[in-house]
Design a protein around this ligand. Structure first.
Ligand SMILES: Cc1cc2nc3c(=O)[nH]c(=O)nc-3n(C[C@H](O)[C@H](O)[C@H](O)COP(=O)(O)O)c2cc1C
Length: 192
């Protein structure tokens, strides 16, 4: 099982980082092959909406996203972790998400409308944290994650969501968040 973790926070060793690291440890403990990237450490421009990918399924922008496409393509499971920023994903991660427009184009070219109703490239998950408590806190991030995975021909399977977590490392004071993250990693690695 090949799993890709995507760290979405600009805050290194922050709450979502700690959760994703623990989740990936859980997956590794079950023999999964794990890779991870940090959106903030990559130079990824936003999508230019040039639509060239509609003809070729490839993005013409030559930046670090070109190193990310093969990782996305070979991952059987992806776990994206992020803090809520203004009810959405942090900008650095959102640039990466927007650039999978090329993968969506590739999928449009490869699959009929009927075939596109099913997902054949694996499963995707989201770990998200936010400082406030509202019922709709994760709606924006979840919708973006759902369609990110759709573009990658992967099925979105939700994940873990923690409200009322703000200060760096506050997640470590949560009763069982780190255990939940480890268990999620195990579940992901065990899914055939
Ligand atoms: C620019 C910015 C925007 C934020 N927007 C929200 C928000 O809309 N809702 C919320 O509950 N928390 C918001 N937060 C708080 C973060 O989600 C929270 O601090 C989180 O625990 C940070 O996770 P991290 O340590 O993984 O970066 C925001 C923080 C920043 C810096």
């Amino acid at each position: 099982m090949n799993i890709l973790g995507i760290h979405g926070s600009p805050r290194k060793n922050g709450n979502s980082d700690l959760l994703l690291d623990r989740c990936l440890e859980g997956a590794r403990s079950r023999g999964a092959q794990v890779e991870s990237i940090r959106a903030c450490s990559l130079k990824i421009l936003g999508c230019l909406a040039c639509n060239k990918c509609r003809q070729t399924g490839q993005c013409v922008v030559d930046d670090d996203m070109q190193k990310v496409y093969p990782l996305l393509a070979r991952a059987e499971r992806i776990v994206m972790a992020a803090p809520v920023f203004f009810f959405g994903l942090p900008a650095q991660l959102k640039s990466l998400v927007d650039r999978v427009q090329a993968c969506w184009s590739k999928r449009m070219l490869a699959k009929s409308a009927e075939e596109r109703k099913t997902y054949s490239s694996g499963l995707g998950y989201l770990i998200a944290v936010g400082a406030t408590r509202g019922d709709n806190l994760f709606e924006g991030c979840e919708l973006t994650a759902k369609y990110f995975y759709d573009a990658l021909d992967m099925e979105y399977r939700r994940g873990l969501f923690f409200r009322n977590i703000d200060a760096k490392g506050a997640i470590l004071e949560h009763a069982d968040a780190m255990q939940q993250a480890f268990d999620l990693g195990i579940r992901i690695a065990n899914q055939l």
